[in-house]
Design a protein around this ligand. Structure first.
Ligand SMILES: [Zn+2]
Length: 642
């Protein structure tokens, strides 16, 4: 954060109640804490030594020893709060424990800032040249405590979780020498370069704190490494970690699709911004899920059967293309208001519809071009996105632009009314906007130009450099205009600020398709329902049924909503017979040709009730249907580049 104004006052606290400053009652007097120094672009003198002991995997404890060069006087140490890639204040300060600080073997007391609880104030004693810190980062043991990052088989070390750093410097100006101790028999993968290794443990070459936080580690007992592109000087590797060795088995065709992802990304972006790239992939249901981008690597978790049951995991294969595309879009080209000097300055997310929206678009396009998805699977995925935003009642009050604030507003907590509250809609509604842009460029240029030209022009500058290149809205417009002249500023503002209830489907129409509904789900949706153990009736009855037959989503204003249903309601019986998803679907089908309402016995808490949904449009699942009157631009977009 920026330094707070120092106020030459004291404030008063009462017994158990905070009192307003200035109220003159008998109180304990507390001195205001010092100001937190704003970050400056000046080198931090010396090198921080950071030793992480990650051997206590059964108790999920990271033990940290850190030595920070200092001068005597006041000092503020910060725990990273605003984390790149999450676009929000997600640093797990609650998981830091046991903080003890010493100088010359003597304890140095610290005081946590009462306003910014990520800051620790202390006075360095005269003559001390370094501080020795010890603390722990306590990984969640189960999902109720947050994301599990350590299991007996693997771990995901994010360096921002295990470091305190001095306030007052840009993080690119702070040098850290990290080391990591792992259990015997484990291996690790990271974008960091090892200076030396000893068994499973390593000391890494010193790097800036910025590079360190951008270079997480996956480590584990069962590991497989696959060269995706061995070319010098920028090899790309897939590092797979699994709960069991048999889950590492991958078919050559499937690995070749990951190799094609690299070659197709190079054709698209005409550059790369790393000297090597490490996909860190855990195929697990024990470690917590993640998809997080970095310049030289990405953190990915997919289901344990990602490779071994390839056909069941179609929808998860958009993840690696998405995170890889971020090396260009997000890490190298960075929205100017999102870039921050350190991890305690607030981020602003106004351009996430480019950062995440266009990445979502390229992730899906690259999945198809690489063969991770068939063309049909890519079309089915797009049909689903189009249908979701065709039923987004919240578009009426909350613009796409306003959804970019959502990481800070909601921080990915569960929400009851997704279609009304909206969420991080800049991902997938953003994808529809970029399809709109792509097809419009193709139409207006007579097929000569496309969004691929934008990608090469915008992301393809300064190849092999990875210092972030900031951009603003006008830079996006300028590059679009250089590809194809048009009033792109107006085009984008209209879509970003719209309150139109209709879904933004122009890109699908111009792509040569139309959104239609049938009574059978696409293969893509069917497999996703099976994998996630859902029954998706979002576009018919207006709800999704999850585990224990409880509603996980109810469409705001839809038929189920009109009947009074809400998220968390359990369906007990359908037309007087115990709930079964196939039976419910049969009754919805039958109601198309009769006047009977669908009758549900439902349970909410300890109350049972009967609700009738007067719905007669049958089952409705989205598909894209070819419109032969328009060129098949969408097919061209999904074709691999030659
Ligand atoms: Zn992303």
């Amino acid at each position: 954060m920026r330094g707070r104004k120092s106020i030459p006052l004291v404030f008063v606290v009462g017994c158990g109640a905070i009192m307003a400053a200035g109220i003159a009652v008998a109180q304990t007097r507390v001195s205001l804490q010092p100001e937190i120094a704003a970050p400056k672009d000046v080198p931090f003198p010396g090198t921080i030594r950071l030793a992480v002991d990650a051997t206590d995997v059964t108790r999920h404890i990271f033990r940290i020893k850190e030595t920070i060069p200092v001068q005597s006087g006041s000092l503020t140490l910060l725990y990273p709060k605003w984390l790149p890639g999450t676009h929000s204040p997600t640093g797990r300060i609650d998981a830091l424990a046991g903080l003890m600080i010493q100088a010359h073997g003597r304890r140095v007391e610290w005081v946590r800032d009462a306003v910014d609880v990520y800051a620790f104030h202390l006075n360095v004693p005269a003559g001390a040249t370094s501080l020795d810190l010890e603390f722990q980062f306590l990984s969640a043991g189960d999902g109720n405590e947050g994301r599990v990052v350590m299991t007996p088989e693997m771990l995901n070390l994010q360096w921002n979780s295990v470091i305190l750093y001095p306030a007052g410097h840009f993080v690119r100006q702070i040098t850290v020498a990290p080391s990591l101790a792992l259990p015997d028999g484990w291996q690790f993968a990271t974008a960091l370069e090892a200076a030396s290794t000893s068994g499973p443990s390593a000391t890494f070459k010193p790097v800036s704190l910025e590079t360190l936080v951008d270079s997480p580690v996956f480590a584990g007992r069962y590991v497989k490494r696959v060269e995706l592109d061995a070319s010098v000087p920028a090899p790309v590797r897939l590092n797979v970690f699994a709960d069991r060795p048999d889950l590492l088995e991958a078919k050559p065709d499937h690995l070749n699709a990951h190799r094609a992802l690299v070659t197709q990304a190079y054709k698209l972006f005409d550059s790369h911004h790393y000297d090597h790239y490490e996909f860190l992939l855990a195929v697990t249901d024990r470690m917590g899920g993640i998809g997080l981008e970095h310049h030289h690597s990405s953190e990915n978790v997919t289901p344990p059967t990602y490779f071994t049951e390839w056909d069941k995991n179609t929808d998860t294969r958009g993840l690696l293309p998405h995170e890889f595309a971020h090396s260009w879009n997000g890490k190298f080209r960075r929205p100017a208001d999102l870039w921050t000097a350190n991890y305690n300055v607030p981020m602003r997310d106004s351009l996430l519809w480019v950062y995440e929206g266009q990445t979502q678009y390229w992730g899906h396009v690259l999945a198809a071009r690489a063969g991770l998805w068939t063309r049909e699977q890519a079309l089915d995925a797009l049909a689903d996105v189009a249908a979701v935003y065709g039923h987004r009642a919240g578009r009426e009050w909350k613009s796409l632009q306003d959804t970019t604030n959502d990481p800070i507003i909601a921080g990915r907590r569960a929400i009851p009314w997704r279609s009304w509250q909206r969420s991080e809609d800049y991902y997938s509604e953003g994808e529809l906007v970029w399809l709109d842009v792509d097809t419009l460029i193709r139409e207006r240029s007579g097929g000569e130009k496309s969004l691929d030209d934008f990608a090469a022009a915008f992301f393809g500058i300064n190849s092999r450099k990875w210092t972030p290149e900031p951009y603003a809205f006008d830079d996006v417009v300028k590059t679009l205009n250089a590809v194809q002249p048009y009033d792109w500023a107006d085009f984008l503002h209209t879509r970003l600020e719209s309150h139109d209830r209709e879904a933004p489907l122009d890109g699908i129409a111009r792509g040569g398709y139309r959104l239609v509904y049938s009574d059978a789900p696409s293969d893509f949706v069917k497999k996703r329902e099976a994998r996630r153990k859902l029954t998706d009736l979002a576009f018919s009855l207006g709800f999704v049924v999850g585990r224990e037959n409880k509603l996980t989503d109810v469409q705001w204003g839809g038929p189920a909503y009109a009947a009074g249903l809400t998220v968390g309601t359990q369906i007990v019986a359908v037309d007087g017979v115990a709930y079964d998803s196939d039976r419910l679907k049969d009754i919805v089908k039958a109601a198309k040709t009769n006047s009977m309402a669908v009758e549900l016995l439902v349970k909410n808490g300890d109350r049972y009730s009967t609700v009738r949904i007067d719905y007669h449009d049958g089952l409705r699942y989205p598909h894209l249907e070819r419109d032969a009157s328009v060129p098949a631009r969408l097919d061209q977009i999904l074709e691999p580049r030659k």
